[in-house]
Design a protein around this ligand. Structure first.
Ligand code: ATP
Length: 238
């Protein structure tokens, strides 16, 4: 049996009286790339925010490496190896590319290892090397997405949460982002990928969950979902 790295059980999250997540069960096992797809407003981002502790759980529980995350903040979780790239990227606009990458390593104090990893990020994303002294706020959306992913990887995560990394990007950037997601996964990082781009997400994932109006309506191997007529009709425009 594979190790379960992330286990969500009966999760409910509300914004005041508005129930956004209404009882979600989801698991991500060691080494897996799992995607959570669904249309606008389905509750995907709300689920992600509950995992990182930025929204409180109304009911249910989320376990990371077998322990409840209840009461933990994003900082504690990053220290334990759970890193997140939020929707909208969240890079530090008034810092340079290089400074943003160093911020990602704030939990580490192995100077040489950090320098090696910055170099690694520049190899994965050559564009970041070209612009390393430029302020993040002057970069394009795709470049900021690369930077946000690089920054999260600088913490050497066990699990990486990605919230809609392809949103608003040009087709070439989308290709690059999915290529990196696949490579990061191949290098042993466990990934939970939230996406509206269902075909691309299911194309790289091992398993998928479909979210509709706050509940999981389907789940299974990504290739089965990709060929499921209901998924094709609802999310692949067929
Ligand atoms: P998107 O792709 O648009 O981000 P999503 O699947 O991530 O969609 P959520 O952002 O999780 O969806 O939103 C789920 C529901 O919760 C939606 O009905 C949304 O309007 C509502 N919601 C989200 N944030 C808030 C908020 N701060 N206050 C009130 N309602 C909210």
């Amino acid at each position: 049996m594979a190790n379960t790295f992330l286990k969500i059980t009966g999760l409910k999250v509300a914004y005041g009286g508005i129930k956004a997540v209404k009882g979600v069960d989801l698991e991500v096992n060691e080494g897996e790339l799992v995607t959570l797809i669904g249309s606008n407003g389905a509750g995907k981002t709300t689920t992600m925010k509950a995992i990182t502790g930025s929204l409180p759980m109304a009911e249910g529980d989320i376990e990371y490496l077998g322990k409840s995350i209840r009461g933990k903040g994003a900082w504690d979780l990053v220290k334990e190896g759970l890193a997140m790239v939020p929707e909208g990227r969240g890079v530090f606009m008034r810092m340079t590319i290089a400074e943003n990458l160093h911020m990602g390593a704030y939990i580490r104090n192995d100077k040489a290892g950090i320098a090696d990893d910055v170099e690694k990020m520049f190899t994965i994303f050559p564009r970041l090397r070209e612009r390393k002294d430029q302020l993040a706020g002057t970069m394009s959306g795709g470049e900021q997405q690369m930077l946000a992913m690089g920054r999260a990887l600088m913490s050497r995560p066990k699990v990486l949460l990605l919230d809609e990394p392809s949103m608003g990007l040009s087709p070439i950037m989308v290709d690059k982002i999915f290529e990196v997601v696949r490579d990061v996964s191949a290098n042993g990082v466990t990934i939970l990928l939230v996406e509206q781009n269902a075909s691309r997400a299911l194309g790289v994932a091992n398993r998928g969950y479909v979210m509709e109006s706050g509940v999981i309506s389907m789940n299974g191997p990504a290739k089965d979902l990709l060929s499921d007529p209901r998924v094709r009709a609802a999310y692949l425009g067929e």
